[in-house]
Design a binder for this molecule. Structure first.
Ligand code: SF4
Ligand code: MG
Length: 315
């Protein structure tokens, strides 16, 4: 609810601090048990920061994270501990998120040992988890570098599953992997969701990756959600010009359709969150921008059965 993260401005060479940077600005969404929200946007849009606030790797500047009616965003680390296992994170680069000096047994057991499980018990559970994610349990005493990128991400997923979470925030879990391996990991995550009743916040920088896994999709731009709604409706008929542009970059499987369709090429890079443009922050890049867009910020409101932050939603 209204998650906001403001980072202090960077210090310049002269020692003066720049203006504070609002990396995330009033992000709200609901996520039901067993469902997946795809969180999409270009790098720097605040999607990872949002994910990190949800798992409490970052304390939000303001706003709340409510789990089963309880606001967990202000709990002390001590009070948070019993809930820690309920929300876990899977990281983008599997190899750098695994300690190279620990065996897989150690990596996966760690959260269980923290919970007070015995070493033998934790090791048995780690072997079961390896099997669950499609790894060979006999490889339990190997080190991360002995695994491929895809296998390493399976280890990261097994570690996240160790405490029996209900929600996993997956921050670009397949972006660092070979294209041929991406589908395998996405399929694995889908199977685990169905078998274990997990909910995911699935973060990605493009709309093609989240298409298979999401029930709903939220598109972020410069720290805010600009469109959020049911996946099918959003893909079939995107309402925000930014969503339309992102979707037009997703390759279509049918080559004839691919040749026919229009490509919306966005001008320039996203502006710096340190100096967001006035009005609609997308206006300098928007092909539909009008005068009002330069001065008045559009708020999320209902359009075509979803929420859109645009003065001129639709075609
Ligand atoms: Fe484009 Fe205006 Fe809509 Fe912003 S409010 S996305 S500038 S049309
Ligand atoms: Mg990121």
């Amino acid at each position: 609810r209204d998650l906001t993260m403001t980072f202090p401005g960077r210090r310049s060479a002269t020692g003066r601090r720049g203006a504070p940077v609002r990396a995330v600005d009033g992000v709200s969404f609901d996520l039901a048990a067993g469902r997946t929200l795809g969180l999409v946007g270009e790098s720097g849009c605040g999607k990872s920061t949002t994910g990190r606030m949800i798992v409490r790797l970052l304390q939000p500047t303001s706003g709340r994270v409510v789990l089963d009616g309880e606001d967990i965003s202000r709990l002390s680390q001590g009070a948070l501990r019993p809930l820690r296992g309920s929300i876990q994170m899977v990281f983008q680069d599997p190899h750098s998120s695994l300690n190279p000096r620990q065996t897989v047994a150690r990596i996966i057991s760690e959260p269980l040992l923290v919970q007070g499980r015995s070493a033998g018990d934790a090791r048995r559970r780690a072997a079961e988890l390896m099997e669950l994610v499609g790894l060979i349990p006999e490889h339990i005493d190997r080190y991360p570098h002995e695994f491929s990128g895809g296998q390493a991400q399976r280890i990261g997923i097994a570690r996240a599953l160790a405490t029996g979470p209900r929600l996993i925030v997956a921050d670009e879990p397949v972006s660092a992997l070979d294209v041929s391996v991406q589908a395998q990991i996405v399929n694995l995550m889908e199977r685990l969701r169905a078998e274990l009743g997990l909910a995911y916040v699935f973060i990605a920088h493009d709309l093609s990756v989240v298409k298979r896994v999401s029930d709903r999709v939220a598109v972020m731009y410069l720290g805010r959600i600009v469109e959020i709604g049911d996946k099918a409706a959003l893909y079939a008929n995107p309402q925000h010009p930014y969503t339309r542009a992102l979707l037009s970059a997703v390759p279509l499987p049918d080559p004839a359709a691919e040749r026919r369709r229009e490509r919306i090429v966005l001008l320039g890079d996203p502006p710096s969150p340190a100096a967001p443009p006035p009005g609609c922050t997308f206006h300098p890049r928007c092909p539909k921008a009008q005068e009002i867009c330069r001065t008045e910020r559009p708020l999320l409101r209902l359009a075509a059965s979803r929420e859109v932050a645009c003065h001129f939603p639709g075609d």
